[in-house]
Design a protein around this ligand. Structure first.
Ligand code: AGP
Length: 617
């Protein structure tokens, strides 16, 4: 959450900062701001501009470009997702010290900010915001006043600050220098011809350089034009961790689509095809060479716990069912933010799989660390190569969906589903728990999924037509059984986050144990009713709803005549083996949420109160 960009050595640093902020905006869009380091006749000074117009702050900053000093060469920028303090201009970053000569941009949360602020207030500092971040600028001010350099001040911060943070600092007295440091929240540095860069996210600076360095926990990066030096918290120079990047910068543009979400829905067949590339052999065997967990280690596993948040957790629910039924290993799926505090019983025979599109979600990251601390074997399924979690875990499997910019996860979710199922087949083969012919058949069906999805995303307008009727609803139930239940959860999450409509997902068979009393004539229920073991039972549940007047939208197969007769509207999908239904049936629900949100005039790429990457607890 929140985005950071900093540059030094540029002829027009403001342009680089604003371009970078546009690419970072998906991380938070409550406000944005920049500070330039300028030199004047009377010495160096900082020029700062901030704006807090939700999702429109960057255009506001553009309007200030004419007033920016021409001689600035360095600067820092930030786009904010509010945690401490309202989304106002006063609380927008960069924050300055009392002298206005130090500026900071910060991601994460400073947990001991109240205690620090009390000390600063007692020592006469004047704070002007309600944020936890501003204390950093004042602490730096004190260190500089005591004779420290900016880098020494940053190292001192590491001893004082508690919490998760990434920050970039500039000082009017060291005009070419950007200092970056972090703990848990990610931060990278980059260098190009005469340029030095710092950012929270690769996509912000990928257009300028591919020479990227990951700044480690409690390391301090000193970035100057064309150079990067990284030290530990004591000031000793450390080896730089070079970052690999698989994306092209163009992949992060809208390419003629109305918004990123519709582009990413349409990209799902490609995302799946790329994710599966080289991972399923012609004979149906699975190839996961990059796994880094060898056959011996995987055979010694006697239990699997899958952790994740939001859509990644829903993918984890599907993955855990595949692991249990194909590899015959006891498997559970847990919400990462709960798992961490549950005193989980895991040991060196437990495989903990952390699923995270971004590889940065702090709840999942801490869950992963908890698993590592307790001695579990760990695997990360993520879309971001070398991301925070990928570097921490024993092994990483990458979905190759390309950058996902829309806040709602779509293509990454389906890529996670397929990759987890390939992994489940891989485990089953190693453990000999599935006849080779059955496993080869399923693998071949998984390999066919990109083609099936091509057909499904081709029905975008058809699904959109069905969704129009739901534009005015305020309450929707999403129901499914077996693998239909995680799909229902995902459909409800999408409708909530994008359309701001109350949506509840329930296992269809559980409705009669309470929630059915909420069904009155006209209540809308979206039911996953694709063919499979529980199809008849789901239809019986649909009858129960209809008997109470519910209006039913059924997700059903093309060749089904029965479910449509019971439903008021249908979202048809092609038939695939039951195990693979989630990746197919989730698509109409994505389009449903997208269409209702659009009909209500909502910004689907930047829904209110959310951010793409959740780096706070
Ligand atoms: C999904 O549409 C969400 N925006 C959200 O639930 C997301 O899946 C969750 O925050 C986890 O993110 P991650 O995959 O990057 O860890």
């Amino acid at each position: 959450m929140c985005g950071i960009i900093a540059v030094t050595g540029a002829a027009d640093p403001l342009r680089i900062l604003l371009d970078g902020l546009e690419l970072l905006e998906y991380r938070g869009y409550d406000s944005a701001g920049v500070a330039l380091v300028c030199s004047g006749d009377a010495g160096g000074f900082l020029w700062r501009r901030r704006a807090a117009v939700r999702a429109q702050s960057i255009p506001e900053l553009h309007k200030e470009a004419d007033t920016a000093p021409a001689h600035a060469r360095a600067g820092i920028g930030h786009t904010r997702w509010a945690t401490h303090g309202a989304p106002t201009e006063q609380n927008a970053h960069p924050h300055l010290d009392c002298s206005g000569r130090v500026a900071v941009v910060h991601n994460g949360i400073i947990e001991n900010h109240r205690e620090i602020a009390a000390g600063l207030d007692a020592r006469g500092h004047v704070r002007t915001s309600e944020t936890d971040s501003e204390v950093i600028a004042h602490l730096v001010e004190e260190h500089l006043a005591a004779g420290a350099t900016l880098a020494q001040a940053a190292r001192a911060l590491l001893r004082t600050l508690r919490g998760d943070f990434a920050l970039a600092l500039v000082s009017a007295d060291e005009p070419d220098l950007i200092v970056g440091t972090r703990r848990t929240s990610p931060l990278i540095a980059g260098r190009a011809d005469g340029l030095g860069l710092v950012a929270s996210d690769i996509s912000a600076i990928l257009g300028l350089t591919r020479n990227l360095v990951a700044i480690g926990d409690d390391e301090v990066a000193l970035v100057r034009p064309g150079s990067i030096a990284v030290t530990d918290a004591e000031g000793n120079e450390v080896a730089q961790q070079l970052l690999q990047v698989g994306w092209e910068v163009e992949a992060a543009r809208r390419e003629g689509f109305e918004d990123f979400m519709s582009k990413e829905i349409h990209e799902q067949p490609r995302a799946l095809a790329d994710t599966l590339l080289g991972r399923i052999g012609a004979d149906g065997t699975t190839e996961l060479e990059e796994l880094a967990l060898g056959p011996h280690e995987l055979r010694s596993i006697d239990r699997v716990t899958v952790i994740g948040c939001g859509s990644s957790y829903h993918a984890g629910m599907v993955g855990r069912l595949a692991i249990e039924s194909w590899a015959k290993l006891p498997a559970t799926a847990e919400i990462a933010s709960e798992f961490r505090y549950e005193e989980p019983v895991v040991d060196d025979r437990t495989l903990v799989i952390a699923i995270s599109q971004s590889g940065e979600t702090v709840d999942t990251f801490h869950g992963l660390r908890e698993a590592l601390r307790r001695g579990a074997r760990t695997l990360v399924v993520t879309n971001v190569v070398d991301s925070l979690m990928a570097r921490e875990a024993d092994g990483a499997l990458y979905t190759r969906a390309g950058p996902e910019i829309g806040v709602a996860s779509t293509k990454c979710h389906v890529a996670q589903l397929a990759l987890l199922q390939v992994f489940a087949l891989h485990l089953a083969a190693l453990r000999g728990t599935m006849p080779a012919s059955a496993s080869a058949r399923l693998a071949a069906e998984i390999a066919r999924l990109p083609g099936v999805l091509e057909d499904v995303v081709g029905r975008f307008e058809e699904y959109r037509g069905v969704a129009q009727a739901l534009a005015g609803v305020n309450d929707v139930y999403f129901l499914g059984r077996g693998l239909g239940y995680p799909i229902a959860l995902e459909g409800a999450l999408k409708l909530k986050e994008l359309a701001y409509v109350r949506a509840e997902a329930y296992p269809a068979g559980e409705m009669k144990h309470g929630p059915i009393s909420l069904i009155v004539p006209g209540t809308v229920a979206v039911v996953v009713a694709t063919k499979g073991r529980l199809y008849e039972k789901v239809l019986a549940n649909v009858e129960e709803l209809r008997a109470r007047g519910a209006s039913v939208v059924a997700v059903c197969n093309d060749d089904d005549d029965t479910a449509p007769r019971l439903a008021d509207a249908v979202l048809r999908v092609p038939a695939v083996p039951e195990a693979l239904v989630p990746a197919v049936a989730v698509v109409p629900l994505q389009v449903l949420a997208y269409s209702v949100a659009k009909a209500r005039g909502n910004d689907v790429d930047r829904p209110r109160n959310l951010a793409k990457v959740v780096t706070v607890e």
